[in-house]
Design a protein around this ligand. Structure first.
Ligand SMILES: CC(C)(COP(=O)(O)OP(=O)(O)OC[C@H]1O[C@@H](n2cnc3c(N)ncnc32)[C@H](O)[C@@H]1OP(=O)(O)O)[C@@H](O)C(=O)NCCC(=O)NCCS
Length: 175
């Protein structure tokens, strides 16, 4: 069972089948596709099947919701959970530009890191980011370090872009 992670600006909770319309809008948003890894549009059936298949074993996905009214704002996932090496990949996105830039993403990442290091006992959290994404500053502020550059790894917003891998070790996490 996925725990609810509560902050002041955002509450992370497990998505349900009622959230499929939001997940579909998220997955098919052309602007988000310019920053996230997914490349192709999806269908309601595919989203619904993907949701049913989530078992929390290797991938944990939360909906980022507004504490005031519960509306969905975005998604956050810890995926590629390796229980031997104790690491997982972090990924997140906020659908509406109106919800970005007001501290929701930062708080959501903080909540996810606490869950990763305390509840899951991970020793490393890592992520992929497209080279020109301003989110790199946010991750750096939270202690993530750049670990590698994947040259011309993405074709996003009409051009080839390098991919950056960033990682945060347990002892570098500032709580
Ligand atoms: C990246 C994202 C989750 C950050 O969440 P957020 O709520 O907008 O960020 P916060 O308000 O908590 O923090 C602001 C920081 O986020 C970063 N940021 C990234 N995209 C941003 C945007 N569109 N608007 C404002 N800040 C953005 C900046 O580093 C900013 O810090 P700075 O002002 O010091 O430069 C969100 O902007 C988003 O969903 N962007 C599109 C999808 C995406 O790029 N996801 C990450 C893929 S690695």
């Amino acid at each position: 069972m996925l725990p609810v992670l509560r902050g002041q600006r955002v509450v992370l909770r497990a998505p349900t089948q009622d959230d499929v319309p939001f997940l579909l809008a998220f997955a098919n948003d052309p602007d988000l596709r310019g920053w996230l890894r997914f490349a192709f549009p999806t269908t309601e059936e595919m989203e619904s099947r993907w949701l049913r298949g989530l078992d929390g074993e290797r991938e944990r996905v939360w909906l980022m919701t507004d504490p005031a009214d519960g509306r969905a704002m975005g998604t956050l996932g810890l995926s590629e959970w390796d229980r031997v090496a104790r690491h997982a990949e972090l990924g997140l996105g906020i659908l509406s530009p109106a919800d970005r830039g007001r501290g929701v993403g930062e708080e959501a990442v903080r909540l996810a890191l606490r869950h990763a290091f305390v509840d899951l006992n991970l020793q490393r959290v890592w992520l992929h980011v497209v080279e020109d994404n301003p989110a790199r500053r946010l991750y750096a502020r939270l202690g993530f370090r750049e670990e590698g550059r994947l040259r011309r790894h993405y074709h996003k917003r009409g051009a080839w872009r390098d991919g950056i891998i960033m990682g945060l070790l347990r002892e570098e996490w500032r709580g």
